[in-house]
Design a protein around this ligand. Sequence first.
Ligand code: GDP
Length: 446
Amino acid sequence: MSNRAVVGINWGDEGKGRMVDLLTDSYDVVVRYQGGGNAGHTVVNDRGRFALHLLPSGIFRDGVMNVLANGVALDPENLCAEIRDLRSRGVRVSPDNLSISSRASLLFPWHRDLDGLEETRLGDGKYGSTKQGIAPFYADRSRKKTLLAGELFYPEEFTERLRQILEYENLVLEKEYGARPYQEEEILRWVEEYCVPLKPFIRDTAKLLRDAQSEGKSILFEAQLGALRDMDGGIWPFTTSSNTTSAYVPVGTGVPGIALDDVTGVVKAYSTCVGEGPFVCEWTGGKADRLREEGGEYGAKTGRPRRVGPFDCVATRYGVAMQSATEIALTKLDVLSYMDRIPVCTAYVLNGERTEDFPFPAALDGALPVIEYLEGWKEDISSARTWDDLPEAAKRYVDFIENAAGCPVTYVSVGPERDSIIVRENRRKEWAEERRAAAAGEADDD
Ligand code: GDP
């Protein structure tokens, strides 16, 4: 039995879905514990190419129970569409392989409206929301102005509370934004269409997870977005409205004290960022267009072109610390094969001084990247399946990232397909030994 969290180290879109799809083989339960349908995991496997927004990536594996835990923004409309889409492509989704927490809160249509209205009101100062209602949802959840999925089993109380909430939401829609209010009948029809069909999936998932623990089952926790979008540690206010870090697992699943044996931090071989906010390494012009095209860097949810730039050691080291990552899964190394020499950002210059520490968010706008270059390998590496299949320059690039991040790279992904991966079985052990030897060497020098 062992538990693992797969989390993003950077701005999101690192390839977490691809890693979870690969790793689910060894896990009995796969859990989404935070966030909503505002981002997307892209999974390419023998059944085709899928963009998952809310469903855990374990949905493609037989015998895996997938859980949407209490910490997620449960968007019934999107979830029903996602289930319909998967079923139409032959993927089984039933209460036997999907459980929804009775304590997950429901995202209502007004959350999406309020998200869009606020972005429009902000104009140039917008947050770059995907307008999926996530910020208004989490705000309402904090002020207890939404309903739990389990409340659907108490129809009278549900309708009464819905009425009270609707009164409040209509006040905000009409008086703050001059927008159209909702009628009670309209929302009750919406509940009937999108929430009632989910009832067979709704259960006490905290108990399910506790039972899985005591039965010795292994659990994989899947996060959305990355450390730099974390509400507490990220690039505020351009963060998401939930905690994207591994530390949130016990709260977002309702299983206090649950142990994580591994925290796999997913890191892309270069930087990408979708939406607004400071992005120190950002490239523009032709070289950005080339990297974006080579990497297919367009949002899984919105199709928006992602902002791109070189690998950022400062942000990655911070992300590794924030996630308490025990290992790194490095993705998209194959994308860099076209470069003669590969730029990396090794430090920032802030107020004329070099720093390797990730600055306070408000200071990021004034930070400049220090760029160094590593030799490129200029050959197709997408068929590499072992460490030794990689050209020496590619190995050096991975070694560089490992040292810059201060964390062993145990997986190197060279393509989107399930098997386009190099697994470095012993790397964690070797890394620990190398650290010990280095520390002993330093002690001798003293
Ligand atoms: P996630 O939200 O972290 O799962 O990331 P996304 O799914 O938004 O973005 C990752 C994208 O990169 C997807 O289109 C994947 O299929 C693709 N991908 C993942 N790993 C690799 C890789 O090693 N090489 C290439 N070329 N594509 C990859």
